[in-house]
Write a protein that binds this ligand. Structure first.
Ligand SMILES: C[S@@+](CC[C@H](N)C(=O)[O-])C[C@H]1O[C@@H](n2cnc3c(N)ncnc32)[C@H](O)[C@@H]1O
Length: 386
């Protein structure tokens, strides 16, 4: 076993290629985060960023990145023209050098290909190829655990080019570990953090989300404002189950992150007119790390006004799926009117998939960014409220 562990450590001793996945529109933000964590050769792509890294930076990215969904380490790249070839190539990878037969396994796949069009089948073929290799060599088979596997393997296929990676995150990094309750149409944490970072907010002002739902934007703003690493609340990471897990390095990085937490004099205000949403937000917000600095209340935005000049307002209003067209148009017009008349001296950003309704806001848009909220194409619009 020792030889195996040494092999593994050596493999990740120096710089090696890695790729972090993210959402469309957040690639450049992620690229800057990777640089901060010590990555080199950073190349933003489409919903991902490629880079070179050592093991320490992989740990740091998992702990500190607000916009990475997963951090993958490719271990094999090859061409496959059929499922048979895919099976054979995966079967040839020396899996026994990466993990023991007693460890559990899960496989993810993303497939963009005319040759391979069934992502479930790709997972099955990959699993068979790995399990069959262990059966042949050791007469034992690793078991599958879809929730918290020891080793999560990612297979990416673009036409006939296959990339097989180890998933160092193990589970999507948007699962920060702080959310006790998820509201209706809650934002993904990675998108929420990415939106705030896209505003270029320096954290030195109040943050306001007047349609906060379960409070995702407010929590992510608080984490940014107080330099709290988003990974501090989460126990499970894929790399912790790897044979080469360097526990003391990880503990040092966690300690460093805890010591770097600052205490902003500014606050986050989160409100919603729906009491049931605010109850959920409170469950998420009333935690040790918020130090009472996130103020939550039931309030109708159309009766509210700006508390402190210079605040940043970020809103994710309803997109109008369950409203009539003229009703949603009026709703967005009222948002614009309220901002114009009662939020002077601040900057507001609105995200919505309803392009028609966004036009009704009626304020000059000083920036417009394309983002996706799940499958919904959105615009994230900036308004300076002089
Ligand atoms: C898309 S959800 C926001 C989800 C939130 N960003 C999250 O991550 O949980 C829209 C929210 O706007 C709230 N809302 C709608 N009209 C409102 C109003 N006039 N004043 C305050 N909140 C309102 C709804 O109750 C709903 O919670």
């Amino acid at each position: 076993m020792r030889a195996q562990i040494d092999y593994y450590c050596n493999m990740f001793k120096n710089q090696f290629p890695a790729v972090a996945k993210t959402m469309k529109g957040l690639e450049n933000i992620l690229a800057s985060e990777l640089k901060e964590c010590g990555a080199t050769d950073i190349k933003p792509g489409n919903r991902n960023v490629q880079f070179k890294s050592d093991l320490k930076s992989i740990y740091k990215i998992n702990l500190h990145s607000r916009t990475a969904l997963r951090v993958l380490i490719p271990i094999a790249n090859f061409k496959a023209r059929s499922e048979r070839e895919l099976y054979e190539q995966v079967n040839q990878i020396k899996w026994e050098e990466y993990f023991d037969v007693q460890q559990t396994l899960a496989i993810d796949s993303t497939v963009f290909s005319k040759t391979f069009n069934h992502s479930q089948f790709i997972k099955l073929k990959t699993k068979d190829a790995i399990v069959d290799r262990f059966s042949r060599l050791f007469r034992k088979r690793p078991t599958i655990d879809l929730q918290a596997p020891d080793i999560r393997i990612h297979v990416h296929i673009a036409e006939q080019l296959v990339s097989v990676s180890l998933d160092s995150s193990g589970d999507s990094l948007h699962r920060r570990g702080y959310k006790k309750s998820s509201g209706f149409a809650a934002l993904n944490e990675v998108l929420a953090a990415g939106m705030i970072l896209l505003t270029e907010w320096d954290g030195k002002s109040d943050f306001v989300d007047p349609m906060c739902g379960a409070g995702t934007l407010g929590i992510e703003a608080h984490l940014i404002q107080n330099n709290i690493a988003p990974g501090l609340f989460r126990e499970y990471y894929g790399f912790k189950k790897w044979n080469n897990f360097d526990k003391s390095l990880w503990q040092d990085l966690v300690q460093e992150a805890k010591e770097a937490i600052s205490s902003s004099e500014h606050s986050v205000y989160a409100s919603d007119r729906d009491y049931s949403q605010i109850r959920k937000a409170r469950q998420n917000l009333d935690q040790d790390f918020t130090q009472g600095k996130i103020k939550v209340e039931v309030a109708d935005f159309f009766k509210s006004k700006l508390q402190n000049e210079g605040s940043l307002i970020v809103m994710n209003p309803p997109y109008g799926e369950r409203m009539k067209e003229d009703e949603i148009d009026r709703f967005y017009k009222s948002i614009g009117d309220r901002l114009k008349n009662h939020y002077k001296g601040s900057t507001a950003w609105i995200i919505s998939s309803n392009m028609q309704a966004l036009k009704k806001v009626g304020l000059k848009t000083s920036k417009r960014i394309e983002l996706f909220n799940g499958p919904l194409e959105c615009r994230f619009c900036k308004y300076e409220l002089y």
